[in-house]
Write a protein that binds this ligand. Structure first.
Ligand code: GLN
Length: 238
């Protein structure tokens, strides 16, 4: 079996070590003897969604998001079809905001992909913090770091989890991120997946089960990673 990971626009959307997420996905597949190919797509490339198993979209500055948004209009239909067919997507911060209807800034509005029924508006000051999230589909908390000006409102969508430390989506409702079908959107950088191997495996398993519904991922020795995760959980609490 082979998993193809599409990294969208790494030349623009690449904040706070987001590339580490790609390395984590690839390595954790390879450590189990599963071939993994990473395809980097620049803003002018065509994306063959039919041959992709995981789409990764990282975070970016407002300026970079504006540059990407024009291109997104062109791939909107293919991307939406991929998501509705249970394609796996991991979108971080700026990338997460772009999955929604729009990101309204002070003077300009960035149009999103409309894949999720969410929207983002810039607020007063940036939300910068370490974050600990309790998710109902993972047995251990998710840890990470947020730095965003946008506040995201996810309406009736299911959140990734409850922010037990940090601000999360908007600093108001106590939730962080979103989960829709096999899409995970989150404000957490860090990078996210090396810090949270349990979440990385959740994502990998979804991609493998799209190819073979009975696929069960064998576990790896994550003692060191989970000790680090636990250290962060114990360090940041109210
Ligand atoms: N530019 C967006 C914001 O500030 C996203 C930032 C990011 O990706 N870290 O809200």
């Amino acid at each position: 079996m082979k998993i193809t990971i599409a990294h969208l626009y790494p030349e623009l959307l690449n904040l706070y070590g987001d590339r580490g997420n790609i390395i984590s996905l690839k390595k954790r597949l390879e450590w189990r003897g599963i071939e993994a190919e990473v395809k980097e797509y620049s803003i002018t490339d065509n994306i063959d969604f039919e041959n992709i198993d995981i789409v990764f979209v990282g975070g970016g500055s407002d300026r970079e998001q504006l540059l990407v948004c024009n291109r997104l209009k062109e791939i909107k239909d293919d991307f939406a079809k991929y998501v509705e067919n249970n394609g796996v997507v991991v979108a971080i911060c700026g990338g997460y905001q772009l999955l929604g209807h729009y990101y309204k800034m002070q003077d300009e509005t960035i149009e999103g992909l409309d894949i999720l029924n969410i929207y983002t508006e810039s607020g007063k000051g940036r939300l910068i913090s370490n974050v600990v999230v309790k998710s109902d589909f993972l047995d251990r908390p998710i840890v990470g770091f947020e730095n965003h000006g946008g506040r995201t409102y996810i309406g009736s969508h299911k959140p990734l989890g409850k922010a037990i430390y940090g601000n999360g989506n908007n600093g108001r409702d106590g939730f962080e991120g979103v989960v829709y079908k096999n899409v995970i959107g989150t404000y957490l950088h860090g990078p996210l997946l090396p810090k949270n191997p349990h979440l990385c495996d959740y994502i990998i398993e979804k991609a493998l089960q799209n190819k073979d519904e009975n696929f069960i991922l064998q576990s790896l020795d994550d003692e060191i990673e989970m000790n680090a995760n636990e250290y962060v959980v114990n360090r940041f609490h109210d």
